[in-house]
Design a protein around this ligand. Structure first.
Ligand code: GLN
Length: 371
């Protein structure tokens, strides 16, 4: 354990949620919805208990694999069910790279990517996303020239997140086409983390798999889609023929995801479509995003409005998020958590808006008093 002490440090998300609880702060840090999951999901879980209580195959329950195949327009043979997207990414790190390999990922970088690469022995290589402030509020753009320049003979894979956490950037078709072409040219695996695929406010995100199906592993999350982040049901769509091997590694970690929750998600996925759940969430979260963005602008902050996710970034020069949670009663995530040491833009913070409007308003008042 000693050798891994650095990797075992408490994550910024756990730390901020803990501090928010200790100090009674409004928690706009860790991204999880404040409300309950939809009743049809809970009902499906209740009826699964007592009927789907034993292991499924490591590939996942046939019903859930088929429900995902229908929902995502993929082949059910290529679907593997995991314990959340986090385990999906962990299994892929195990499967696709090891000591001496390099893995490209965009910076700001979601906090689990670097430790997972390091646990598999590989080196994370950070590709900058630039924050262009010429428009006043700022616009995030992946630096694809830098990406090209950072490929080496050791590069094995590129890990991409669209809509992107923490910036909310939705990769454009042109950006994804360039990524796919680069991956083909250098024979890289692509890991596309699409847990916010249904949470967008402008153009619908394009799935990287559609541009490079032979080399893309897509990761998704029932927790994010169905507002149940603690359920730990996620999935991987593999390139054709690779699901058995991926499931073969997943079996050594957790064997299978919780069977009754797999059954409930299988039943709920088509209902979510029929009820228009994702459109309702886009509407509700879009309203809260605009509320938070307008309030932050009124306080004088530069706000980067996201194309997707339930996060936005803002620049609050001189603000110390640890002082804010302790003395100001608001938890946010410091931008530095998503960067290599010293590389974060000054004053960058990430705020989650998957919270009730009253909480967002209270956070804005407290922030105004603290600044
Ligand atoms: N995805 C969530 C966020 O970005 C939290 C994930 C986690 O705690 N590992 O806030």
């Amino acid at each position: 354990l000693h050798a891994r002490r650095q990797l075992a440090a408490e994550s910024i998300f756990s730390r901020m949620s803990r501090l928010a609880a200790v100090h009674g702060a409004v928690n706009l840090g860790q991204g999880f919805p404040a409300g309950s999951p939809p009743e049809f999901l809970l009902e499906a879980a209740r009826s699964a208990l007592g009927t789907a209580d034993q292991y499924t195959a490591p590939l996942g329950s046939p019903a859930l694999r088929q429900a995902l195949a229908d929902d995502l327009a993929v082949n059910a043979d290529d679907v593997v069910i995991t314990c959340g997207a986090t385990e999906a990414l962990h299994v892929l790190a195990d499967a696709l790279y090891g000591a001496g390999d390099e893995v490209l990922m965009f910076e700001p970088v979601f906090d689990v990517y670097r430790p997972q690469a390091a646990l598999s022995g590989a080196a994370p290589v950070l590709v900058p996303m630039t924050l262009d402030m010429s428009s006043g509020s700022g616009q995030w753009t992946p630096d694809l020239d830098a990406l090209e320049a950072l490929v080496t003979p050791r590069t094995r894979a590129l890990l991409l997140n669209s809509p992107h956490n923490p910036t909310g950037h939705v990769f454009t078709r042109a950006e994804l086409e360039r990524v796919a072409a680069l991956a083909r040219r250098h024979d890289l695996w692509l890991i596309s983390d699409e847990v916010y695929d249904e949470l967008y406010y402008g153009e619908r995100p394009l799935s990287l798999r559609t541009l490079a199906p032979e080399r893309t592993f897509t990761v998704g999350s029932a927790g994010k889609r169905l507002e149940a982040t603690g359920w730990r049901v996620g999935w991987i769509v593999t390139p054709p023929g690779l699901a058995p091997e991926v499931a073969g590694l997943h079996q050594w970690a957790t064997f299978c995801a919780p069977a009754p929750l797999q059954a409930a998600v299988a039943a709920a996925l088509p209902v979510a479509r029929q009820h228009g759940l994702y459109g309702q969430l886009r509407q509700a979260y879009g309203d809260r995003m605009r509320l938070l963005a307008a309030g932050l602008r009124d306080l004088g902050l530069a706000v980067q409005e996201p194309g997707g996710t339930y996060f936005l970034t803002a620049l609050a020069p001189g603000l110390d998020p640890f002082a804010l949670v302790e003395h100001g009663g608001v938890a946010v995530i410091p931008g530095s958590a998503f960067y290599a040491e010293g590389a974060a833009p000054a004053g960058l913070i990430r705020l989650a808006f998957c919270k009730p409007e009253s909480e967002i308003e209270r956070a804005l008042q407290r922030l105004g008093a603290f600044l």
